[in-house]
Ligand binder design. Structure first.
Ligand SMILES: O=c1ccn([C@H]2C[C@H](O)[C@@H](COP(=O)(O)OP(=O)(O)OP(=O)(O)O)O2)c(=O)[nH]1
Ligand SMILES: [Mg+2]
Length: 147
């Protein structure tokens, strides 16, 4: 079990911290910490504050992913999906939403706008080389194996 710390940012006492909506949910839903409703016109993107900062163990990252209901019903998704929260980030978590639907959409205070899923990031060391190990695939890609 990893322990993650959430710090509610000033003025957001009424906005929920990230929370799971069912026992085995993979994601913690994030809530909009906007003062007034924010309108996303079709095609428009806006950075929506989530009202908290966080600290997690160094081997974790957090991914900000869309909510399928918002995407299906209104075309609202995360532009940089999945967004990456680095373990050393101490600023406010924000969600970059984009409206891919046909109608304007209002983001209201406290609304669940995205979800955050934690992942373990493997420790990796890198080394430069002149020749890579051979494989059967070789340089084939982008449909190389057929449809
Ligand atoms: O959806 C997101 C994506 C990022 N961040 C924050 C946390 C993350 O640790 C930081 C940097 O994100 P990223 O590495 O994706 O952006 P960058 O453009 O590479 O910025 P930087 O140069 O600050 O790393 O911004 C968010 O709050 N929400
Ligand atoms: Mg970066």
């Amino acid at each position: 079990m990893y322990q993650v710390l959430f710090k509610r940012l000033a003025g957001n006492e009424d906005v929920n911290l990230p929370q799971k909506m069912s026992e085995l949910a993979a994601g913690f839903d994030l809530h909009a910490a906007v003062q007034e409703p924010v309108i996303l016109a079709p095609g428009e993107r806006k950075l929506i504050p989530a009202g908290f900062a966080m600290a997690m163990p160094g081997e974790l990252e957090a991914q900000i992913r869309p909510r399928s209901g918002l995407a299906y019903k209104h075309g609202i998704t995360c532009l940089n999906s999945p967004g990456t929260i680095d373990a050393d980030y101490r600023g406010e978590v924000k969600v970059l939403l984009v409206n891919l639907g046909q109608e304007p959409f209002a983001i209201t205070r406290g609304e669940r706008i995205a979800q955050m899923v934690f992942q373990v990031v493997p420790a990796v060391s890198i080394a430069e080389c002149d020749e890579l190990p051979d494989t059967v695939r070789g340089e084939g890609g982008f449909g190389h194996t057929g449809v």
